[in-house]
Design a protein around this ligand. Structure first.
Ligand code: NAD
Length: 499
């Protein structure tokens, strides 16, 4: 198994995209991009300097002057074309995702499809940007509201959804008339450049969508740039908090979505097979590298033993392998370091299934793993593992289960499995979490609702995409207007009152 560069000439170079064209980096700093299934480096990505970030912002600033003037009808037309192109080429995009992220092709296609739903929502931009009008608010006076774009806005995205999470940001931002600078994850950056080329082909004017790659240098340059009005971030909690604090201190609007530790409660009346299918799918899909993955199973009362047996029966049937093989159901983890960190959780606790056994030799693989009796205070309980390690905690009552959910510092997603509608409704009311599933293990909202967690899973007050996304990328203006007969005009120093 080799992890080193085979021959520098063989590595694909991944460049920035500024002002409608590919731009090679000048910093001399680059990051490795791996094929995680093979465990080999496949490319290298430029890391931007402060000046390169500024060049992207200047391109976006220049484009904003004309893009905000483009009619809603014309913008919608471009969005319909974007929709068609992404739809036609989603298999191509899925292959790019699989080759750099490692997720299996069916999962990668699912990622593109869910992102496409956000693009489709944005095709309705003329309706989404409609405002309100009050005729005769006062005698002879009309009042109406307008939502206008902010200007240049930026997105900073994680490795685990290299296509969909950027779509959550650039699609509503651009639909609303902003121009965009994306700083994607340096671990799987090719999907962003592919997107930039597709947007150009769809007729998006140069400079409306720009990509700068990089690390903290690029992120800090974005956060400190005076011409960036708003920042959307998705990633781990410590970086989300950092980005939110730094961006808002600079006077920027910011939504920063962080990490998660999602509990799935199974009540004694649940259908065991359905709950086991859901737990296996939600814990091991995408090798657990989803912010909505189920990582803690909370088994209430007598359900624990039969549920664990049903999960243990299913685990060996999960086909682990190269995501390019259509037979594979679960691919590798993103890097060797991450794989080692995730595997370290199997060094303690009551490990029922150890994924270090029976997994492919090459690449960054770890097979599905299961730990019983995981309790608060243990690393496996407290940490967002972000890998295919499912912990089970046993409690006696519904109240204890809800307390675990609500005492978590995270509040991204949670789910309950039961046949009792009354208890399920109680849970919807009780759970201090942003997204709740009732017999649905991964409750990612459809595109016309908004996505976001509570507590340490989101810093800021607006969730992402859907109506709150439109709200985030626009600001309100209210116009008060009258067309009086000049003959009736007179000086009046009193405070204006409605008449
Ligand atoms: P990450 O926080 O390491 O990286 C996210 C982005 O921040 C990347 O673009 C990265 O280059 C940048 N970054 C990393 N370190 C930085 C630093 N010190 N200073 C400035 N910028 C820095 O996250 P990741 O590992 O790419 O993604 C996985 C995490 O993202 C998980 O915690 C997962 O839960 C979270 N996530 C959350 C959601 C959500 O909707 N809440 C969705 C997807 C992923």
């Amino acid at each position: 198994m080799t992890e080193t560069i085979e021959a520098p000439a063989a590595l694909r170079q991944i460049n920035h995209w500024i002002g409608g064209r590919s731009v090679a980096g000048t910093s001399g700093r680059k990051g490795p991009v791996f094929n995680p299934a093979l465990g080999r480096q496949s490319g290298e990505v430029d890391f931007a300097t402060v000046e390169e970030v500024d060049a992207a912002v200047q391109a976006a600033k220049a484009a904003f002057a004309t893009w905000r003037e483009v009619s809603l009808a014309k913008r919608a037309e471009i969005f319909f074309r974007i929709r068609e192109l992404v739809h036609e080429r989603r298999d191509e995009m899925a292959r790019i995702l699989t080759s750099e992220h490692g997720k299996v092709l069916s999962d990668a296609t699912g990622e593109v499809t869910r992102g496409l739903e956000v693009i489709e929502f944005c095709c309705g931009l003329p309706t989404l940007l409609k405002s309100e009008f009050s005729e005769q608010a006062s005698t002879g006076i009309d009042v109406y509201s307008i939502r206008q774009p902010l200007g240049v806005v930026a997105g900073i995205t994680p490795f685990n959804f290299p296509a969909m999470v950027p779509m959550w940001m650039w699609a509503p931002a651009i639909a609303c008339g902003n121009t965009f600078v994306l700083k994607p994850s340096e671990k799987d950056p090719s999907a962003s450049v592919w997107t930039a080329e597709l947007l150009k082909e769809a007729g998006l004017p140069d400079g409306v969508f720009n990509v700068v790659h990089g690390d903290k240098v690029a992120v800090d340059a974005v956060l400190e740039h005076p011409d960036i009005a708003a920042v959307s971030f998705v990633g781990s909690t410590p970086i989300a908090r950092y980005v939110y604090e730094k961006a808002t201190a600079q006077g920027k609007r910011c939504q920063a979505l962080g990490g998660a530790k999602n509990h799935m409660i199974v009540l004694p009346d649940a259908d065991i097979d359905m709950a086991a299918d859901a737990a296996v799918s939600a814990a091991y899909g995408s090798a657990g590298e989803r912010c909505m993955a189920v990582s803690m199973l909370v088994a209430v009362g007598s359900v624990a033993d039969p549920l664990i047996d049903a999960i243990k029966e299913r685990i060996p049937k999960v086909k682990v392998g190269d995501g390019m093989d259509p037979a594979s159901e679960m691919g590798p983890l993103i890097t060797r370091e991450h794989r080692e960190k995730v595997a370290s959780y199997l060094d303690e606790g009551k490990v029922l299934v150890d994924g270090r056994e029976n997994c492919p030799d090459d690449g960054f693989f770890l097979a599905p793993s299961l730990i019983d009796d995981v309790k608060p205070g243990m690393r496996a309980y407290e940490d967002e593992i972000f890998g295919p390690v499912l912990g089970v905690t046993r409690v006696d009552t519904y109240d204890e289960a809800v307390r675990l959910v609500n005492e978590s510092p995270y509040g991204n997603g949670t789910a309950i499995f039961t046949r009792d509608g009354g208890v399920a409704r109680r849970f919807q009311f009780d759970a201090q979490v942003g997204m709740v599933g009732i017999n649905v293990p991964i409750p990612v909202p459809v595109a016309y609702y908004s996505f976001g967690g509570w507590k340490n899973s989101l810093f800021g007050d607006r969730h992402i995409y859907g109506p709150e996304g439109i709200d985030f990328y626009t600001r309100g203006k209210v116009v008060t207007s009258r067309w009086p007969d000049p003959a009736t005009s007179k000086v009046d120093l009193g405070f204006p009152q409605t008449r």
